[in-house]
Ligand binder design. Structure first.
Ligand code: F6R
Length: 484
């Protein structure tokens, strides 16, 4: 869930861009309507990433030509290109002729979407599958419900036009490889509640997302307002407690901002120093207010010097990505390519990185950049002659910090460190003097290590007792996974 519609749209755009980075020639199904307008505004800026993909859309008004005013095709065209010359591969729906539905059904059966966007209607429709449409239905022509027609008022001069539409069916939506549904605004809150908490059936066609093997639902707070169920993260968890580290190769920490590496995993990096440890500072952090400095270039230079000092204290090598996504807010192919070069060169055994659920957009973009770069780097590596390089398969260690804490049940690795290691970690955090003037991140890092210690003391360390602990353990917590 995102705080507002703008961040939900950005997340949706980034989901598509991520998919295109891994599969540039993917077949993309788009949705039209109010919700997707800000998504297209982001995508417009990324024509380069879009150029090898093939685009189609969900639905079209019956008997309306793709170039006719009011058509979905034209709406999409304008939203994606807005005055520029399109060079993209577009495969717009032809909704003219009595065989239009059969042609669309055959096309979708032959060419299911690799990535499908969808919205939801206030009555729970998805594409134009109105309530009552069975999940087994394929592409068909539908008489739009009164609720739906109300939202289309003014689209066509002739009131009879636009009352029926050709739509992709539930069957084809379920056959798409990935389905991303975006809903924003209070008007969608009841339909969203039905979709996610009501029965999975044709009364709410959008509830099919719960049957899809790879669906993502992106909501803003207004659209999520009627949801009643909470995620239950009290489940017992099993994990490994590490006191020393023995990395099988280089370790690389992707730090979204210059100071995140030491705040989130300073202890791990301090303990890794004998392995080959690297900090990749992903953004310049130039937007941070720094007392006495107004020039962003001067802020960036100061912050990079603080990273150099942090790296020296932790015994790591420092690298600087200076990612463009920091300014654009979107995943950038150039950041990904440069990051991939570095990863392919270092071939880290462990990559420490922020969570995709982190509410800070720069943290999430760092995650997505790293994931996409890793994919590219692994293809670069597999093309290398040595079998060892080709077999490179790093572990991802997702870290937490003051911005974001893992749900307890997700944590599978605890690093239990000593007060001496804590002192090294805090010294590294304090190397970022420009930041500590604003927020005492050293206290945040310390408090989190102790809070985690208290949380896990009794259940996993035997509590404070003669046989158990003499003091609260200091912990850094990770979700660790190996890429297949
Ligand atoms: C559009 C479509 C519809 C819309 C839905 C929400 O191609 O298939 O299902 O996604 O009606 O429309 P907006 O975003 O305008 O609220």
């Amino acid at each position: 869930m995102c705080a507002d519609a703008a961040s939900a749209a950005l997340l949706a755009a980034n989901e598509l861009l991520r998919a295109l980075l891994t599969q540039p020639d993917a077949r993309i199904g788009l949705a039209t309507g109010r919700t997707f307008a800000p998504v297209f505004a982001h995508l417009r800026q990324q024509q380069q990433l879009l150029q090898h993909a093939e685009f189609t859309h969900l639905d079209e008004y019956e008997g309306v030509r793709p170039d006719e005013a009011g058509s979905m095709a034209l709406e999409l065209h304008e939203a994606l290109f807005a005055g520029t010359q399109p060079t993209l591969r577009l495969n717009m729906i032809d909704a003219c002729g009595s065989d239009a539905a059969a042609r669309l059904a055959a096309l979708r059966a032959r060419e299911p979407a690799d990535f499908q966007f969808a919205g939801i209607g206030t009555n729970g429709h998805i594409a134009f599958n109105e309530p009552g449409t069975p999940f087994s239905a394929g592409a068909h022509v539908v008489a739009l419900h009164a609720d739906t027609l109300r939202t289309q008022t003014g689209r066509f001069a002739d009131a009879f036009r636009g009352s029926r539409a050709l739509t992709t069916g539930p069957r084809e939506l379920l056959q798409s490889r990935r389905l991303v549904l975006l809903a924003t605004g209070t008007s969608k809150a009841l339909a969203v509640q039905q979709m996610l908490e009501g029965a999975v059936d044709s009364a709410c066609p959008a509830s099919l997302v719960r049957m899809h093997p790879d669906a993502l639902v992106i909501l803003d707070a207004a659209a999520a307002a009627q949801l009643t169920r909470q995620v239950d993260d009290r489940a017992a968890c099993s994990f490994e407690v590490l006191r020393t580290l023995n990395a099988p190769g280089p370790v690389l920490c992707a730090s979204p901002h210059p100071d995140d590496a030491s705040i989130s995993c300073g202890a791990l990096l301090a303990l890794c120093a004998t392995a080959d440890a690297h900090i990749l500072c992903c953004t310049t952090g130039a937007r941070s207010p720094v007392r006495g400095l107004t020039d962003p270039a001067a802020v960036a230079a100061l912050r990079e010097s603080e990273v150099q000092e942090e790296a020296r204290l932790l015994g790591c090598h420092a690298h600087f990505l200076r990612a463009r996504c920091y300014d654009t807010g979107a995943l950038e192919a150039d950041d990904v390519a440069r990051c991939a070069q570095l990863l392919a060169h270092i071939q880290p055994a462990w990559i420490l990185l922020p969570s995709a659920q982190d509410p800070h957009p720069t943290h999430r973009l760092t995650r997505f950049t790293l994931e996409a770069a890793l994919q590219q780097a692994r293809s670069l590596a597999s093309a290398q002659a040595s079998a060892e390089a080709a077999a490179w398969s790093p572990e991802l260690w997702t870290f937490e910090g003051p911005w974001f804490q893992h749900p307890r049940a997700a944590i599978n690795t605890l690093l239990h460190f000593t007060p001496e290691t804590e002192a090294r970690k805090l010294a590294a955090v304090r190397a970022h003097k420009s930041q500590l003037q604003r927020v005492p991140f050293d206290q945040g890092a310390l408090a989190l290590a102790r809070l985690r210690g208290v949380m896990f003391s009794e259940t996993h360390f035997g509590g404070l007792s003669a046989e158990g602990l003499h003091e609260v353990p200091l912990l850094e917590c990770f979700v660790r996974e190996r890429l297949s």
